[in-house]
Ligand binder design. Structure first.
Ligand SMILES: Cc1ncc(COP(=O)(O)O)c(C=O)c1O
Length: 408
């Protein structure tokens, strides 16, 4: 087990008391904490280099532009993309999905076409497709989720074989189940049928090695704030050949080649999809976060997460009336556990945990159809990152035992 506890010193926020107890932050699937290195990068940028990118010829603008574009190259390398031109900066996963759901779907989708997604998607990879489909009379179909929290892959292939599927969008790691979907297989099946693919990497990038070319996704999206970067910055990876077929999304500064009163021509990707002043500080923060993660090593972070979730699953099984949703051990799981406890509402449990200094998340986790599928109003979720420790897992389990007594 890699001991990463020394890294906690990099996270000022973790060293505080909540409700008179040391904070145990177990809500990283919602948003991760930020190390001093990322906070310092933001301060440095605003204190030394702040200026708008791309349009200035002065020193500060040149510096800001160089840093901004260096992060694009860094992200391309981090994701195994072929070129930095395949990296579009967005506000996050949600915006990345919406961009494709609007631009791609407006351009290519016709009445009767099918968008295939799954029953375990976050609303941000579900609602945009419903909106896109309703605009043109297309249909959204959903791959069912099995009782063990995995996708019904036979049903998925059967749905693909029906012939009308134009795009498949699927989550890499479920934020409500911890399921790790076999996205490389899924993308290969889709590709063989000429189906365009989008993978939602909100819970995978920064937690496990992700190589978009090995996965074979046409589009891959994630949010920086879940991997130690600031909120408000995210990435849409798009395969170059596909991006070249897409019209622009937002119109405005920076995405044009030339503008006349009669009409405009547009730059190629990525500029074509980045109208207006971007979140420059956010991009620089994302670069600092990726530097930080790479210094630790994504493989080490992944291994640490696996060991932490295995210990958590084993210990949770000792809590009376507790049921974890998603794949049981020894299946591979992501570093989160969402659970119910008989007779206790998730919100009450999360509030109780808060009185003991533990930050959990309770509710439907933006996956209402999945909650209906498992016939629960919601769950309580503990989600971990590399700064969490085995002692924190023990503290969680201790408080859950107390909660069971308290609520019974
Ligand atoms: C699987 C998944 N997809 C999409 C999102 C949406 O991410 P964001 O709100 O950063 O756009 C989340 C956020 O929790 C998520 O877990």
């Amino acid at each position: 087990m890699p001991d990463l506890s020394h890294l906690r010193a990099d996270f000022p926020i973790l060293h505080q008391q909540v409700s008179g107890h040391p904070l145990v932050y177990l809500d990283s699937a919602a948003s991760s904490q930020k190390p001093r290195q990322v906070i310092d990068a933001l301060v440095r940028y605003y204190e030394r280099d702040n200026a708008n990118v791309h349009r200035g010829l002065h020193e500060l603008s040149n510096r800001a532009t160089a840093q901004f574009e260096a992060v694009r190259t860094q992200v391309a390398r981090f994701l195994g993309a072929e070129s930095p031109d395949e990296i579009i900066f967005t506000r996050g996963t949600t915006e990345g999905v919406n961009l494709i759901a609007q631009v791609w779907a407006n351009h290519f989708l016709r009445a009767g076409d099918v968008i295939l997604t799954t029953g375990m998607e976050h609303h941000s990879n579900l609602v945009p497709w419903q909106i896109a489909a309703s605009r043109c009379g297309a249909v959204v179909k959903y791959v069912p989720v099995l009782d063990d929290g995995t996708l019904d892959l036979d049903a998925m292939q059967a749905l693909m074989a029906e012939g009308d599927v134009k795009l498949l969008s699927c989550v890499h790691v479920s934020n409500s189940l911890g399921t790790i979907n076999p996205v490389a297989d899924i993308c290969a099946w889709a590709r063989a049928r000429g189906i365009v693919t989008l993978v939602d990497g909100a819970q995978s990038v920064g937690h496990m090695p992700v190589d978009v070319r090995a996965i074979g996704a046409d589009f891959y999206v994630f949010s920086g704030h879940k991997l130690c970067a600031p909120t408000g910055i995210g990435v849409l990876y798009g395969r170059r050949q596909l991006l070249a077929t897409l019209p622009p999304w937002h119109g405005g500064g920076e995405m044009i080649d030339s503008v006349t009163l009669e009409g405009s021509t547009f730059k190629d990707a990525p500029a074509r999809f980045e109208a207006g002043t971007p979140d420059i500080a956010g991009v620089i923060g994302l670069g600092a976060a990726m530097d930080y993660l790479e210094t630790i090593g994504i493989d080490i972070i992944h291994q640490h997460g696996r060991e932490l979730i295995h210990a958590t699953m084993e210990k949770l099984s000792e809590v009376r009336g507790l049921r974890v949703l998603g794949p049981p051990l020894p299946a591979e799981r992501a570093t989160l556990a969402a659970f119910t406890i008989d007779g206790t509402h998730p919100h009450d449990l999360v509030e109780y945990a808060n009185t003991k200094g533990i930050a959990l998340r309770g509710g439907h986790h933006c996956t209402q159809p999945l909650m209906r599928r498992f016939q629960v109003p919601g769950t309580s979720r503990a989600s971990f990152y590399f700064y969490n420790t085995h002692q924190e897992v023990d503290r969680l389990v201790e408080v859950l035992h107390q909660a069971v007594k308290f609520f019974s």
